[in-house]
Design a protein. Structure first.
Length: 462
């Protein structure tokens, strides 16, 4: 199928149902098997399956056991879902499989409950408050590098997970988990295993007592107990703190009501997992590319020599780290850690000329849209130079949405960008990495887009 390249005036819309048909048809899609639907094709090759679906258009139907899905592949339609018709779509979580994660936390709540929580939590993410965290981000990155020996072999994904968890717990919760950090990282591993598209067991309802489901429930119970212990330690001392946990415990809505105990717990569960996992993956993939692309490494070195007077960047340096930001943008394009968004269709809606029935599960796959050659030349190539002002102006708004979009965009976006723009220069000025793993890794498409194997490097102190 011929597609226009970036910068053309053609919108690149694939065939859709004839607008105005009454009633509109449901979207086309690939045939599946009885009961299993398209689950086998999806788990065998998720990327290939989405490529196959794209031949049917920009709104495509498929199914997995017990659920009907529809995927949306055009930026204009993604914008319709996340912004213009957002009230027709609700959140989708583990509850749909008979289980749970943090259903009362900000990530998975809806309606008035979500608006109330968002209003309370957003105070912790005001720009002036976030800017205070920059120094700790740099100091902790220094500590991480100081702990590496010259010539040591390390797993970047695991090292950066330790770093981002330390940054998160210090900045948002005024906690130093130290040895207890393993409780969080181990739960993240179990959660990703349960959500991985590496087998049809992912689609088995949580109430079925499979080994995977039992393991997940044990891990969730343990993680919740750990979080509840942290909360209990803080109660009665909130006037001594000015952080997100204090807000969760004390902030009142317009009716003078505070969050329930479950909302506070699920809020902490949400931020402890999502707040460190995604940023650690972005750092991993950025340094994966830097390690085997001499041209990128040289451009970063030149930028740091020109801009930075101190070993790590200050807040006033960040706007001048233009190429560093381009590297981050390209990393999040090619390796979006939160690689797919899910929504529930709350009422019959029309998208791209098709009828999407109430109850359908909707997917908005960043990993596919971000590599669509209608919007990006040579989309599989890591090319930070593509991020010019002119290119960004020509790009449809939702052809790039690593932090989601609309009112429910990631509340931690500015926190994550500050951390990435602080940590990358701090680490890169002190060490080079000799890449020991495949520069084109296999991915485990789970709760996040994680590498199937550790990204291993040898540390070379500069």
């Amino acid at each position: 199928m011929s597609r226009p390249t970036q910068g053309t005036e053609d919108s690149g819309t694939r065939p859709t149902a004839t607008e105005g048909d009454s009633p509109p048809e449901t979207p086309p899609g690939p045939d599946g098997f009885p009961v299993l639907g398209n689950a086998l094709s999806l788990v065998r090759d998720p990327r290939g399956f989405y490529e196959e679906m794209s031949a049917y258009g920009d709104v495509v139907s498929y199914s997995v056991p017990l659920m009907d899905f529809c995927t949306v592949l055009h930026p204009d339609l993604v914008e319709q879902v996340l912004l213009h018709q957002r009230d027709s779509f609700g959140k989708f979580g583990f509850e749909e499989l008979g289980g749970e994660l943090a259903s009362e936390g900000l990530l998975l709540t809806d309606g008035e409950q979500w608006r109330r929580q968002r209003t309370i939590v957003q105070d912790a993410f005001r720009l002036e408050r976030i800017q205070r965290y920059g120094d700790a981000m740099g100091r902790f990155a220094d500590d991480l590098v100081a702990g590496w020996d010259d010539g040591e072999e390390i797993a970047l994904n695991r090292e950066f997970s330790r770093l981002t968890l330390r940054v998160l717990t210090h900045s948002l919760f005024d906690l130093d988990l130290a040895d207890e950090a393993d409780v969080v990282t181990e739960f993240a591993d179990v959660l990703n295993d349960r959500g991985s598209l590496d087998g049809v067991s992912t689609f088995v309802p949580m109430w079925v007592p499979t080994p995977e489901n039992r393991r997940y429930k044990r891990a969730l119970d343990g993680f919740r107990s750990f979080v509840e212990g942290l909360i209990d330690e803080r109660r009665g001392q909130t006037d001594q703190y000015d952080d997100l946990l204090a807000l969760l415990l004390t902030a009142e809505d317009e009716d003078g009501e505070t969050m329930t105990e479950t909302e506070v717990r699920d809020g902490m569960v949400t931020f402890l997992f999502a707040g460190h996992e995604t940023t650690s993956l972005a750092l991993t993939y950025a340094f994966l590319e830097i390690a085997h692309r001499d041209d990128v490494r040289e451009r970063l070195d030149a930028e740091y020599d020109a801009v930075l007077d101190e070993p790590r960047p200050s807040l006033t340096d960040l706007d001048d780290l233009v190429y560093t930001e381009q590297v981050i943008q390209e990393t999040l394009r090619l390796y979006p850690p939160a690689f797919i968004l899910f929504r529930n269709v709350l009422e019959d809606v029309e998208l791209g000329g098709y009828r999407i029935p109430e109850g359908t599960k909707l997917t908005l796959p960043q990993f596919h849209v971000h590599t669509d050659d209608r919007w990006y030349d040579d989309p599989e190539t890591f090319d930070p130079d593509r991020w010019t002002d002119g290119f960004e102006d020509s790009l449809p708004d939702y052809a790039y949405f690593p932090f989601g979009g609309g009112p429910r965009h990631c509340i931690g976006m500015r926190f994550a960008m500050l951390e990435l723009k602080t940590v990358i220069p701090t680490v890169a000025r002190q060490v080079d990495f000799e890449l020991l793993s495949d520069p084109d890794p296999e991915f485990d498409m789970a709760t996040t887009l994680r590498p199937s194997e550790d990204v291993r490097v040898r540390v070379e102190k500069r």
